[in-house]
Write a protein that binds this ligand. Structure first.
Ligand SMILES: Nc1ncnc2c1ncn2[C@@H]1O[C@H](COP(=O)(O)OP(=O)(O)O)[C@@H](O)[C@H]1O
Ligand SMILES: [Mg+2]
Length: 201
């Protein structure tokens, strides 16, 4: 196949997002057009409230645009059945949430393992993947801790490990280094592969 025939991993055309309540309509995104190729590393910067998290939620299939179109690997997302959206979220997208979203009553190890369990991965492979990704972020020594027993920066590193353990094609990170010291921030930045996008500030 010719390189020109490869569709962008992500293509948005005229994407808007309006949050409507009884009282007000909040226009979070106004006609976003963007194309991101495989292997590209994109940062989105802007003041708080400008719509970065909203855009990442749409890119991560956690929310849908009000208007406009989103093609993921050349496929129109709006036409994917719910089961296929769930499969894509689990297999192809790694999401590091601004608030980490770790599960409080699961250990560090179990938090990183859970998305792999959902895929039906065998226990031995899960253990290898979880251990390797915790080592990558320097958190292997805290595998048996609960999230509440960690600092903010450590929780963030676990969230990074969970997102990369599944080797996603797309890594979406919402303010991924906000709680990290500069050394571990750099470490996780260079640990990325494939196509990744991140929002900062
Ligand atoms: N669920 C929601 N309901 C109503 N308004 C929302 C919702 N989520 C976000 N917004 C509004 O959309 C705008 C963009 O929010 P957000 O994407 O979180 O910004 P950022 O991540 O850039 O700080 C803000 O004005 C926010 O108040
Ligand atoms: Mg945000």
């Amino acid at each position: 196949m010719n390189a020109a025939d490869v569709p962008p991993v992500i293509k948005l055309e005229g994407v808007t997002k309006v949050f409507s309540t009884d009282e007000v309509d909040t226009h979070a995104l106004a006609t976003v057009d963007v194309e991101i190729a495989r292997g590209e590393y994109v940062s989105i910067a802007g003041p708080s409230g400008c719509g970065k998290s909203t855009l990442l939620s749409i890119l991560g299939l956690l929310d849908s645009p009000t208007h406009g179109s989103y093609w993921l690997n050349g496929r129109p997302v709006a036409e994917l059945p719910a089961s296929e959206r769930a499969r894509v979220r689990n297999r192809e997208i790694g999401f590091i949430f601004q608030s980490f979203n770790l599960i409080g009553d699961l250990t560090v190890f179990e938090n990183v393992e859970l998305p792999l369990t959902y895929r039906g991965m065998r226990a031995t492979e899960r253990r290898e993947r979880v251990t390797a990704s915790l080592e990558r972020v320097g958190m292997a020594h805290r595998a048996k801790h609960l999230p509440s027993q960690l600092s903010g920066g450590q929780q963030q590193r676990v969230a990074v490990a969970r997102a990369v353990a599944g080797e996603p094609v797309i890594l979406l990170a919402d303010e991924p280094t906000g709680n990290l010291d500069s050394r571990s921030g750099r470490g996780s930045g260079t640990a990325r592969s494939g196509s990744s996008s991140r929002a900062s500030t």
